[in-house]
Write a protein that binds this ligand. Structure first.
Ligand code: GAL
Length: 439
């Protein structure tokens, strides 16, 4: 199977079919410097290989920082010979970090490990020869006995596994303030987008100026992807990322129209506005709703909000039974200074204890299947169930469905729409991006 088919598979609605995706892809990659040579097995050294281990993420603030710190604390305990160096660059979804990372990789100055997204985004790094296989670490961790095969498939090219997944997030969740809803007379979860829009009107009529919050462009891309999913359903949505996709369809046009109506109920955001502020507006009762990945649940928890009392949640109306998927996965960069130290980090990230500590703080669910659900609060338990039962869709905003260049064009189109609200232009810009990048 070639790379083209691999990318098509990444958009496929059901993960079951993804089992056919292994063993495909680009040419073999070899390493080029002493730090990280290639995927040749190396044995862990008790207490760690030693030296600085620079870890690049965008988990620099709030609950995301807490998640990273949970891993850092364990790393220090388990690998006392290594020195963790936090290279985090603030900005949700890597809105600032990714440009810095791209420049560092381009200039041959990679960190020892960086956060990437399983799926299309990872393929960019593999194609650019910027990351190396980590088959040895994955094997040591338990391979397909502990990581779902369909997740491994999304990080596998040509039988080589690139990166170690730390977690799985769900992007299509509405986070809501029950008191604001009760005051507006909204008592039921809306069945579809039209019912939800009617509820937003009720909230507005009750005196809440902005029933729903948005942040900068990436949050708009994420909101829009969930509306696309609601209007198209997971199969037609998945087709959008293949040459079979119809970006001129009535479903896409209707999604654009409904998305515009939702924006009419939202605050005015500027590009730097990050997700925590959008969630905080819900916590503080200045808004009823925010659509955000389930990193939001960690924000509620970190502000002592009680599930079911202070906040509630439901899949974006019209997407019940669909899990809009993304996974963070840590890489071994080609040419990293301390490749052996980086592997210690990857061992920790992929361990059951690392996944428990990290995901408890982060709101996500473990990528590993052997971390007991009982250890997690109710939202994460429900997400674990949903991940098993639901149809899996790939997130656009978080690197699962489209590569970085395609996402960049889509983001430009969404940003233009935010200020200009020209529906026909958005449809045409999205179609143009797809015809440039769909393979
Ligand atoms: C995603 C990332 C999540 C979370 C989110 C908001 O891209 O995968 O872990 O960090 O951005 O920053």
């Amino acid at each position: 199977m070639d790379r083209r088919q691999f990318l098509i598979g990444l958009g496929a609605a059901g993960v079951a079919g993804a089992a056919t995706l292994t063993g495909c892809g680009t040419d073999d990659k070899g390493g080029d410097t002493g730090g990280t040579e290639n995927s040749a097995a190396s044995s862990p050294v008790e207490g760690g290989a030693g030296g600085d281990v620079g870890v690049f993420t965008w988990w620099a603030e709030g609950s995301e920082k807490d998640g990273l710190e949970a891993l850092e604390d364990l790393f220090k305990e388990d690998y006392p010979n290594d020195t963790f160096v936090n290279l985090a660059v603030a900005g949700g979804a890597g809105s600032s970090a990714k440009a810095k990372l791209a420049a560092d990789l381009q200039n041959g100055n990679p960190p020892d490990s960086f956060q990437g997204h399983a799926g299309a985004e990872l393929i960019d790094y593999i194609d650019a020869d910027q990351i190396l296989p980590v088959n040895d670490v994955i094997d040591e961790l338990g391979g397909a006995d502990v990581f779902p095969q369909d997740l491994l498939d999304r990080i596998t090219v040509n039988d080589d596994i690139y990166s170690v997944p730390s977690n799985v997030h769900r992007a299509n969740m509405v986070w809501a303030n029950p008191k604001v809803l009760a005051d507006a007379g909204v008592s039921e979860v809306p069945a579809d987008l039209d019912a939800w829009l009617a509820d937003m009107q009720k909230v507005k009529d009750s005196g809440v100026e902005t029933p729903i919050t948005v942040g900068g462009t990436w949050t708009q891309v994420q909101l829009f992807e969930t509306i696309l999913l609601a209007e198209l359903g997971p199969e037609d949505y998945a087709a959008l990322f293949t040459t079979e996709g119809d970006w001129e369809s009535d479903g896409v046009k209707s999604a654009v129209e409904k998305y515009g109506k939702i924006l009419d109920f939202a605050n005015t955001a500027s590009d730097g506005d990050d997700w925590p502020a959008a969630v905080d507006a819900v916590i503080e009762g200045r808004a009823a709703y925010n659509v955000m990945g389930d990193w939001a649940v960690a924000q509620f928890a970190s502000k002592d909000q009680v599930d079911g009392e202070d906040y509630t949640y439901f899949p974006v109306p019209g997407t019940d039974g669909v899990f809009d998927f993304l996974a963070d996965s840590f890489t071994l960069p080609n040419g990293a200074t301390n490749g052996e130290g980086a592997k210690d980090w990857l061992r920790l990230v992929g361990s059951a204890e690392g996944q428990k500590a990290f995901n408890l703080a982060k709101g996500s669910i473990p990528a590993r299947i052997d971390v007991p659900a009982d250890d997690f609060p109710p939202y994460q338990q429900s997400a674990m169930e949903a991940f098993k039962e639901d149809t899996i869709a790939s997130s656009i905003a978080h690197g699962a469905a489209v590569n970085m260049a395609w996402l960049s064009d889509m983001s430009t189109a969404m940003s233009k729409f935010y200020s200009g609200r020209d529906e026909a232009e958005l449809v045409s810009d999205l179609g143009a991006a797809a015809s440039t990048y769909a393979v």
